[in-house]
Design a protein around this ligand. Structure first.
Ligand code: ZN
Length: 312
């Protein structure tokens, strides 16, 4: 028994045939070409699915369902996607119906962050736990909450947006319209923005010798002891700690799993982060809540979408 997993991103479309143990039997990836608009992208998604279903390496494998991870907002019950910021022209797209009809298999939709959370829960760093909170810290900060083995969707499927909790009351404006969201303080672009601000204010740093310093440059120079880079990094980690501490205090999950590009900093992120969290969480036995790096790496999109199909 296997499923077709499709991960729809703004830059690439990834898909795989995945068995119930989480083994990827076949995989494919093509650029989304999101700028071409809705119809061409839908055609590419269906084409990629067809290609995988007809691969020789899955001949004889019974594929019984399709799982799709896509950026939200989504109405999961209706299988409709509403205007994801990275997919221009997707005003109100009945994605589940479209894929189901084209590929003739029952199809289940989940937002990409929830799918990733479910993937880590089932196959990755959350394996064996009953309840986890997953965060992805990269261009944005997304998340998913798994309680007693199920994604917590909340009202209008809006739960799990850990990146948009306020961690700094008068902080910078966030893409969502609020000020001082975790995403506005600790995402890759917000770290890079802080570097530009401090350089513009005349602070002396090796960051000034880089044309467009990124969060990776900030980490690299902070590790070398550059005081401005260290200050920027410490602040980003501190705010992430405030967010993670809030999540642990409210939900007391068994584990917190963190993925995304910013976690490439490794222990340089996780050690101070754990310390910030430990200092702030008083009512949950925080030593019993491991804060772990995500384990699935670039396969999280495919394995997440697969977990969605297998769990439905
Ligand atoms: Zn926000």
């Amino acid at each position: 028994m296997a499923v077709l997993a499709i991960d729809i991103g703004g830059t690439k479309l990834a898909a795989g045939i995945v068995d119930s143990e989480g083994r990827i039997l076949a995989r494919g990836e093509i650029p989304t070409l999101a700028k071409e608009g809705l119809e061409p992208v839908l055609a590419r998604i269906v084409g990629l699915g067809r290609d995988l279903l007809s691969r020789p390496e899955v001949a004889g494998v019974r594929v019984h369902r399709i799982g799709v991870g896509c950026a939200g907002p989504v109405d999961l019950k209706a299988g409709v996607v509403f205007n994801p910021p990275n997919l221009p022209g997707w005003t109100q797209v009945p994605l589940t119906d479209h894929i189901q009809r084209a590929l003739a298999l029952p199809t289940v939709l989940e937002n990409d962050a929830n799918a990733a959370a479910l993937g880590e829960f089932r196959y990755g760093a959350g394996k064996g736990a009953r309840s986890i909170v997953y965060l992805t810290v990269s261009t944005g900060i997304g998340g998913g909450i798994i309680l007693n083995g199920k994604v917590w969707h909340g009202l209008k499927d809006a739960a799990g947006e850990v990146g948009h909790m306020t961690v700094c009351p008068d902080g910078p404006l966030c893409g969502c319209g609020n000020r001082g969201c975790l995403e506005a303080m600790s995402s890759g672009p917000s770290i890079a923005r802080r570097a530009r601000e401090l350089l513009a204010a005349g602070r002396q740093s090796a960051l000034g010798q880089i044309a467009n310093p990124t969060s990776a440059d900030v980490v690299r120079l902070a590790k070398k002891g550059d005081p401005v880079a260290s200050e920027i990094w410490d602040q980003a980690v501190r705010y992430l700690g405030i967010g993670v501490a809030a999540v642990i205090t409210i939900l007391a999950p068994e584990r917190v799993v963190i993925g995304g590009g910013v976690t490439k900093a490794g222990d340089y992120l996780f050690q101070p982060l754990r310390e910030h969290v430990r200092q702030r969480v008083k009512l949950v036995p925080v030593e019993s809540v491991p804060i772990l790096p995500a384990a699935l790496g670039p396969d999280v999109g495919i394995l997440g979408a697969a977990a969605v199909a297998l769990d439905s």
